[in-house]
Design a protein around this ligand. Structure first.
Ligand SMILES: [Mg+2]
Length: 242
């Protein structure tokens, strides 16, 4: 019981001046839901006679995992993955117009509306007055920059960094480059794989804010965090801690 009480006291303490690193996709704005919609449309179009939707999805996951290393993230890479999946699974003659259609399902993701998540704009403005904020996102540089611009949140951040992969090395580099004090540095995000686990591995703290539509390839167990992990339901709850 004592342990629980102490944990609660620590968690209620406001962190004075902190270095907050904030994820973009599915933390500040909707993102993966658009990929999910494209995959649904792709699966409908493929209309496979024997594979279940889940089996089609598993094939696409496999292709995505292999190609991330070469092509990275983003809608253009995703469109190519859809095409490759279609080439592998289609049961009819592969026509150019069908491949174009499949590619378009992926590419049109960049044209989807920018939807900043509830409570984010006010909370970011509040945090910006108190802490040093870094927006840290992975993916294709131009695509991510465009999202930051369309979100209108850019000016609240002290800096925006876009990297190919958010692994422990990328976090260490960011922390070193800007001289963040690890004990006062927190990574805030929705992805165990890209936000929480690599940040904890790099020796900083983390705030996990799960999102219902997190990409399934971002799922991962979060091992014990020695009191360096805070889990919140909503972005606006950051105000209670920072
Ligand atoms: Mg994210």
């Amino acid at each position: 019981m004592l342990g629980v009480d102490i944990a609660n006291i620590i968690r209620r303490d406001m962190v004075a001046h902190a270095f907050l690193i904030v994820d973009g996709d599915d933390t500040l704005w909707e993102n993966n839901v658009y990929f999910e919609e494209a995959i649904e449309a792709f699966t409908d179009f493929l209309a496979h006679s024997s594979l279940s939707r889940e089996q089609v999805r598993a094939t696409l996951d496999q292709i995505e995992l292999l190609n991330i290393r070469v092509h990275g993230y983003g809608s253009a890479a995703f469109a190519r993955n859809l095409r490759q999946c279609y080439e592998r699974l289609a049961e009819r003659n592969i026509r150019k117009e069908d491949l174009d259609h499949v590619m378009a399902l992926g590419k049109r993701i960049v044209e989807q509306p920018m939807r900043v998540l509830a409570g984010v704009a006010e909370t970011v403005a509040y945090l910006a007055g108190r802490h040093e904020l870094t927006l840290f996102t992975k993916g294709e540089l131009e695509e991510q920059r465009l999202k930051v611009e369309r979100s209108g949140l850019g000016p609240q951040f002290d800096r925006v960094a876009v990297v190919a992969e958010k692994d422990a090395r990328a976090y260490r580099q960011l922390v070193d480059e800007h001289g963040f004090d690890p004990a006062r540095t927190w990574m805030i995000g929705n992805s165990p794989k890209s936000d929480i686990n690599p940040a904890l591995q790099a020796g900083i703290n983390a705030v996990f804010i799960p999102h219902t539509h997190t990409w399934r390839l971002e799922a991962e167990e979060i091992p014990g965090a020695d009191g360096r992990l805070l889990v919140l339901e909503r972005f606006s709850q950051l105000r209670d801690h920072f």
